[in-house]
Design a protein around this ligand. Sequence first.
Ligand code: SF4
Ligand code: SF4
Length: 396
Amino acid sequence: MSISLPEHFEDFSAAQQKGFLAIKELKEQGKQVCGSFCQYTPAEIIMAAGLYQVGLCGRSHLPIKTAETQLPANLCPLIKASYGHALEQSCPYAYFSDVVVGETTCDGKKKMYELLSELKPMQIIHLPNLPDYERSLEMWTEELRAFTRGLEQKFNITITDDMLNEAIEWCNKERVQTARIYELGKYDPPAITGWNMSNIMEGEQYLFDREEKYQKLQNILDQCEADWHAGKGPFEPDPCRPRIIVSGSGLAAVGHKTIKTLEELGGCIVCYEGCSGISSRRRLIDEDRSRDPMVRIAEKYIEVPCAVVSPNTRRMQQIEDTIDEWKADGYLALTLHSCNPFAIETENVRRVCEKKGIPMIHVSTDFTPGDEGQIRTRLQAFVEMIRAKKEAKAHE
Ligand code: SF4
Ligand code: SF4
């Protein structure tokens, strides 16, 4: 497989490293930074408050040893890495955050936030566990109002409805554009590799100038489409190449040994399902300014299809739809060690895949390189099995 790296991709692959300097410069200009961990974080409120939002999820195994001096070893690596970075002050984004937002998602994160609040000023938002329960939306809306008041008090600002409306409309515009990245996976062969999709999604959160980020993304999308139409896409035409959907949380840290490996073995990742995947990008916030903006923001975020809420039927429906729309031949469910919500929910995902008649492979891993060989062997068997099935069908 020929994987080219068009020039505009460099902007995103280098964004995380350059982001260290960018955030330092923002602080030197007197700007305020809000660290966050989760897709439930209401970006519109943070933007309306004039804060720069940055993701703090740990992606490296290096700070885990430090974290384990206080946290149990058999805890999800993402939680340990995030806390370890804050503890040893090895992450500039955590270091420069004026406030950190946490939501009551999984138990591990909730309890880690108690310790983190000793290191950083925090605001915790109480997320309802049952998204479809009749009083959940009301409660969640009130939580977001309290969060807004908390930011107003901390930064001595006033957040008006007009500010929220502007932020809603801008974030919607960004979502529509980001969803186009996944649309590139619908092409046959795909007009972008899954590895590059992941790198863009990862890098975009470290580009703090929103106008500039929007333009850079536009350049990539245009370039991918033009290259594909000129016969210069990243994949050679091959009707039997397995088209795979990936799901899971904390993918950035394990992408090399899973996503990249799967594509080296002859498969292609066509779409990402999950909180940072296609579903969250497609679900926009209602822009009807005659309605309370806080309610409209709450309506969107209560629908994040995360395994921490129960029952998570919305996610199962979205998986079904994504399999159909992206014409997927297989499903890779990635979970992190000790992540009970996603590990348990994998059984529901398996049932959806069974219903749709496609195979699913479940890979449970952590941030260390020790299982690379074993994962490669399993992915190879998975890709070969799907390819054989497609070849047999093509010869019928
Ligand atoms: S998987 Fe769930 S808890 Fe983790 S970032 Fe996504 S929405 Fe938040
Ligand atoms: S991967 Fe699972 S255990 Fe880890 S933070 Fe996310 S939901 Fe919690």
